[in-house]
Design a protein around this ligand. Structure first.
Ligand code: FE2
Ligand code: FE2
Length: 330
């Protein structure tokens, strides 16, 4: 049996724990070699790898339009944007690797369907206006989510987010500009832009995750200063950014209940269809199977690139680093 005295010993935080808590409290960063609680490490690995998967899978809905972009300029912009997303995936996989997980493990989890990625990328892109709506709404939501992550307590994650956010803001502007051009065009083009906004608006609101009272992990993430604002708070910020921009565009946000409440200073909005959200998350969205299949094929077709890169790295190491014999002579 354990006596109360023993229990108090067990509860006493170690020096490492105390240092960790102090760093967090003082807004300082946790770096890869620092001690950290297992749960903090696990949370970060899950969040950063899901984020990386979302960037990589997110290349597909827009990659779909590169060959059909309406002009050379649009094609160049779209290609740059899709390449940026690959880069974001790369920074984030690297950040997750600093926590002791390998790229192979993360890729296996994605390809086996074990790991999640943002459900928004399981929706189809049937028209060119979808490129506008994705940039404006999806990248716009990503910015709202990610700007506070630049101050995340884990150093490599926060630093990766700084560059990512700069690029996301270009993505949002290019999306806005595509919609603006369409809205200044023919009736047909205006209808196409509105239709795309109608289809992407609700899924983009769902990107912030379930309402605060149904988001059990949020409080701990906020305590660890990984997350800085709650899901509902971020959703409010997003909508308050969208409303004036929708007015400039001349598009209608498809929520008849949306209104600004002068008293609370907040937007009232209609109910998000969470059943749909969880259905898509469970793998039953319109494009889940297609997205994973495409990623699997790309992974298999890219095997020779990984082998060549590994071989090149091996050769570099063997020519640049002195071997043990040379080291012994020196
Ligand atoms: Fe991105
Ligand atoms: Fe983006």
């Amino acid at each position: 049996m354990t006596s109360p005295a023993d229990l108090s010993l067990v509860d006493e935080p170690s020096d490492e724990e105390r240092l960790f808590d102090e760093l967090i409290a003082n807004e300082q960063r946790i770096e890869p070699r620092d001690w950290m609680p297992d749960a903090y490490r696990r949370t970060l690995v899950r969040q950063i790898s899901q984020h990386a998967h979302s960037e990589i899978i997110g290349m597909q809905p827009e990659g779909n339009w590169i060959t059909r972009a309406p002009s050379l300029k649009r094609k160049a912009i779209l290609m740059a944007k899709v390449q940026d997303e690959a880069g974001h995936g790369l920074y984030l996989y690297s950040a997750a690797q600093t926590l002791g997980t390998t790229r192979e493990e993360m890729m296996d989890q994605l390809l086996s369907g074990k790991a999640k990625y943002s459900s928004i990328f399981n929706y189809p892109t049937p028209t060119w206006a979808d490129m506008g709506a994705i940039g404006w709404l999806v990248d716009g939501a990503a910015i709202c989510n990610q700007v506070p992550l630049c101050r995340a307590s884990y150093g490599p994650y926060g630093r990766a987010m700084v560059r990512i956010c700069k690029e996301e803001s270009f993505h949002q502007r290019q999306g806005f500009e595509i919609l603006l051009t369409l809205m200044q065009g023919t009736d047909e083009q205006r209808a196409m832009a509105q239709d795309a906004v109608d289809r992407w608006y609700w899924p983009s609101l769902a990107m912030f995750g379930p309402p605060d009272d149904q988001s059990p992990n949020s409080a701990q993430s906020m305590q660890w200063k990984i997350k800085r604002f709650s899901n509902d708070e971020l959703r409010q910020r997003f909508v308050s950014m969208l409303v004036p921009q929708a007015e400039i565009l001349g598009v209608t946000l498809p929520d008849p209940e949306l209104r600004y409440d002068e008293e609370t200073g907040r937007y009232e909005m209609g109910e998000i269809d969470w059943d749909e959200f969880f259905e898509v998350l469970r793998g039953n969205g319109p494009c889940n199977a297609e997205r994973i299949e495409r990623r699997r094929t790309a992974h298999e077709e890219g095997a020779w690139v990984r082998e060549a890169a590994a071989e090149y790295a091996r050769k570099q190491r063997s020519t640049l680093v002195p071997g043990p014999a040379e080291g012994a002579v020196a």
